[in-house]
Design a protein around this ligand. Structure first.
Ligand SMILES: Nc1ncnc2c1ncn2[C@@H]1O[C@H](COP(=O)(O)OP(=O)(O)O)[C@@H](O)[C@H]1O
Ligand SMILES: [Mg+2]
Length: 382
């Protein structure tokens, strides 16, 4: 997938922004507070119906306005014409989503049209945050490759909610509990299988990318934990924990406890690696998902990369850029202070598909891409 056109209205300090002829790589440069992150946030809003800063819809809307609107045209493999997407969020909480002119009721239907990956200062969360962040990461990937996943996921959420509600009652009706436990066992096992299959596909891609990005981290290990004893079927694991479930009033085992453990030399990577190394691991995880998506040919990732150089040295930034540039069909929106910050890092071969935008006080202007001047003989300093 790639965005060819974007229109942003009333998102933070961006009053009205129109971007045409978007390229494979789109660089937004400008001073602090000019509106670069807000452009990425608007794209995130278009693809996911929410901000990536974890802030409320209200804070996304320009001060003093009652709504914000983002439109985009998405080119997708298999679609004869670009697909128009539109989202409006109002200050009263209302959300309107339109795809090809048709109103959608669920965000999940929107998400499949624009698979987004964010690399920013909060991405550390994936490594250092709660298992929930890693489950969301995993589920993002499974969702985009396995279309039956969403239905199972929703069924699982329903079952576990009902089962926990029942477990919290003083007088538990055994027959009713048995029904919910049976349904939970079926859907939870399916969910676990989807995640496991996806993880096994992801792992070799991750290993390859991390060894290119940071050879010293090639002994990093990823372990998928399904959320219950590996030796048991989910049904048997539920049976084994039934007594403590009843006693404590909630379901102890299952996909709601799944995690990916990231280890290095037998220790948790989150507790051992430097911030920069952690960022490289997070970038590798995100690049691996994009790589797998490209290989499977179902869709292409759009990367929103905010402030890449924070915590990373120039050689590593360059490697991240090289990997992004090598990902066939992936589109990149990337921010920096000075345009040369990215221009100089991006591989020469990818520069014919690059667009530069200068951002200043909420105004975004397309710049001209100047050819890079090759150093002439005799001018280098010794
Ligand atoms: N709801 C809002 N309405 C108007 N301006 C906002 C709103 N929220 C944040 N801003 C302002 O938008 C500007 C752009 O922020 P941001 O996109 O994060 O800048 P940067 O270019 O540094 O990434 C900031 O000056 C910020 O104060
Ligand atoms: Mg910013």
């Amino acid at each position: 997938m790639s965005l060819s056109r974007l229109q942003i209205n009333r998102v933070r300090n961006l009053g009205q922004v129109q971007l045409q002829d978007l390229q494979q790589v789109n660089v937004f440069h400008g001073c602090n507070g000019s509106g670069k992150t807000s452009v990425l946030e608007a794209i995130h809003l278009l693809g996911m119906a929410r901000s990536f800063r974890g802030s409320s819809a209200k804070s996304l809307i320009s001060h003093g306005k009652s709504d914000c609107v983002v439109y985009g045209l998405v080119n997708a493999p298999g679609y004869p014409a670009p697909v128009p997407l539109g989202i409006q969020r109002s200050i009263d909480g209302d959300i309107q989503i339109k795809v090809s002119g048709t109103a959608l009721r669920s965000v999940a239907q929107l998400v499949e049209h624009l698979p987004l990956q964010v690399i920013n200062a909060d991405s550390f969360d994936l490594l250092t945050g709660s298992p929930g962040a890693r489950r969301r990461y995993l589920d993002w990937g499974v969702f985009h490759v396995e279309h039956r996943f969403l239905e199972q996921w929703q069924r699982f959420q329903r079952c576990i909610k009902q089962r926990n509600k029942l477990l919290r009652h003083d007088k538990i009706r055994d027959a009713e509990l048995a029904v919910w436990t049976r349904d939970l066992a079926t859907t939870g096992a399916a969910l676990g299988e989807y995640r496991k299959a996806y993880f096994e596909l992801l792992l070799p891609r991750f290993k390859e990318i991390v060894s290119r990005l940071a050879p010293s981290l090639s002994n990093l290990e990823l372990r998928y934990q399904q959320g219950w004893d590996r030796q048991l079927d989910y049904r048997d694991a539920l049976a084994a924990s039934a007594a403590s479930d009843i006693e404590q009033g909630y379901t102890h085992v299952g996909p709601q406890r799944a995690d990916i453990k990231v280890m290095i030399d037998g220790r948790l990577a989150a507790e051992t690696l430097s911030r920069g190394q952690q960022k490289l691991v997070v970038c590798s995880l995100k690049l691996a998902q994009g790589q797998l998506m490209t290989e499977q040919g179902k869709a292409r990732c759009v990367y929103l990369v905010d402030d890449l150089p924070s915590e990373l040295d120039a050689p590593h930034c360059r490697k991240v850029c090289e990997l992004l540039a090598s990902m066939v069909g992936a589109q990149v929106f990337i921010t920096c202070i000075e345009r040369r910050d990215i221009e100089e890092l991006w591989p020469q071969a990818g520069r014919d598909q690059m667009a530069m935008f200068h951002v200043e006080q909420g105004i975004v202007q397309k710049g001209v891409l100047e050819p890079r001047v090759a150093p002439t003989a005799g001018t280098s300093q010794h």
